[in-house]
Ligand binder design. Structure first.
Ligand code: 5AD
Length: 438
């Protein structure tokens, strides 16, 4: 599926034709991740936020929010409740709150991991490399950080930089992957100023970032934010509408392009169409639900968008409702952590193969050119060839006089210059194609 076809589906409003897309997404979901729906217990651990994103009700500039931060004991109790309810994963989410301190959280992660079989997912915004590494080391398994939109100009407007550093969530997602996290990204659908083209690019980016989890929800304007009643700068026929149907299209296309990813039926889609939003998402590609385990007295304070916490739900009642909805769709609740389970499939244009590249990091090769910019060039060349780069550093080949060394697949190449890498790659792939396949 290329960008043109993505755009076709995003713009299609023919119900009969769209039923083809829904079926294709549902079949892909069934074939790749099965009928299990995984439940992830969500705990909103703090609604403090240092940032002032134009879309979010928790923005620092919103003085009408009563702020809270859960204690270690509060959060620990939620973890035990998640186990008791049979959930395999606990998600800790907050605004970008530096009061959720690195060491403190690492200690809590260790405690939860030691006492429970839960997988731990963090969703705490753009934290420092040291914090992300320490939390991973402490046992956190996954990290969610939506990139919101791949349109850099729009992102800059709605997500102002903070503390003098330019926000680059796409770069952070790559770092999270390198730290060993299963990584989740995602977008809002229907942000004022979001064009169909940029939404198609968002979906391509899900694939190119090889995301393990993809969160997609409609944009819902919050009255205490600059985007409340905002007029889109785009012509009406190029502004993406924030509807359940458009959200489902993105869910369906994400499923087709990243078939083994975990894709939640998000709270926002459930809020936008009470009763049906979640079911539609589950029938059009989604395979995860994140029931809220935040202690009820805090929920209305976590109002990212209006309506989110209106239906104060007792965890047990909510759980029963979700389980019966899953059963009514002929699906079942997944057991265990429900983590990444990569299934190899025949490579195709929709699901390109991964190409392993090992770059010698011995000091001699490094100084002759195997450095950061060269690796970036290699990555771009592999992507341009329609493959997914899997680039790692490895130790010295002990053939230093002929460096820099780079291994593509299983073939070791010497004297590799980044400026000629494109040519080398084409040669490598041509030789592969000529080799007889066993
Ligand atoms: N409408 C819908 N989703 C929102 N989010 C933040 N604000 C809104 C809103 N007004 C989403 C963002 C964020 C996630 C936690 O919630 O995508 O990453």
């Amino acid at each position: 599926m290329d960008r043109r076809e993505l755009l076709h589906w995003l713009r299609c409003d023919d119900a009969l034709e769209l039923s083809e897309l829904w079926q294709r997404a549902d079949r892909t979901r069934e074939e790749w991740v099965g009928d299990a729906v995984h439940l992830r217990g969500l705990v909103e651990i703090s609604n403090h936020c240092a940032r002032s994103c134009h879309y979010c009700g928790l923005r620092a500039a919103n003085r009408t929010v009563r702020r809270y931060r859960l204690t270690e004991e509060d959060i620990y109790r939620c973890a035990l409740q998640a186990v008791q309810m049979g959930y395999g994963t606990l998600v800790l989410q907050s605004g970008e709150d530096y009061g959720v301190e690195g060491h403190w959280l690492a200690g809590l992660i260790r405690r939860i991991k030691a006492a429970t079989p839960l997988a731990l997912t963090l969703s705490l915004g753009e934290r420092t490399e040291n914090e992300l590494a320490a939390w991973r080391e402490a046992g956190a398994d996954r990290y969610l950080l939506r990139f919101e939109t791949s349109d850099r100009a729009l992102y800059q407007v709605i997500h102002p930089d903070h503390g003098g550093t330019v926000s680059d969530r796409i770069a952070i997602l790559r770092r999270l992957r390198a730290l060993g996290y299963e990584t989740g990204g995602g977008v809002m659908v229907g942000i004022p100023g979001q064009s169909y083209e940029s939404l198609a690019d968002d979906i391509l980016l899900f694939r190119d970032l090889d995301l393990d989890m993809i969160g997609i929800g409609p944009f819902i304007a919050h009255p205490e934010t600059p985007l409340w009643r905002a007029r889109s700068p785009l012509p009406t026929d190029n502004q993406v509408p924030p509807t359940v149907e458009m959200t489902c299209k993105v869910v369906a296309l994400a499923r087709i392009l990243r078939p083994d990813a975990h894709i939640p039926a998000t709270t926002a889609v459930a809020v936008m169409h009470a009763g049906l939003g979640r079911e539609l998402a589950l029938r059009r590609g989604a395979n995860v639900i994140m029931p809220n385990l935040t202690p009820p007295q805090y929920r209305e304070m976590y109002a990212i968008y209006p309506g989110k916490a209106d239906r104060i739900e007792v965890a047990e009642a909510c759980d029963r409702q979700i389980r019966s909805q899953i059963a009514s769709l002929g699906r079942f609740v997944g057991s265990g952590q429900g983590g990444r389970r990569r299934r190899p499939a025949a490579p195709s244009r929709e699901h390109p193969a991964t190409l392993k590249i090992a770059v010698c990091m011995g000091s001699s090769c490094y100084s002759r050119g195997n450095n950061g910019p060269a690796i970036e060039t290699m990555r771009q060349c592999v992507e341009a060839a329609g493959l997914i780069p899997d680039i790692s550093g490895h130790l010295c080949e002990n053939q230093c006089t002929r460096g820099p060394h780079v291994t593509i697949g299983t073939t070791l190449y010497s004297n590799v210059q980044a400026s000629c890498f494109d040519e080398l790659l084409r040669h490598h792939l041509a030789v592969l194609r000529e080799e007889p396949h066993g």
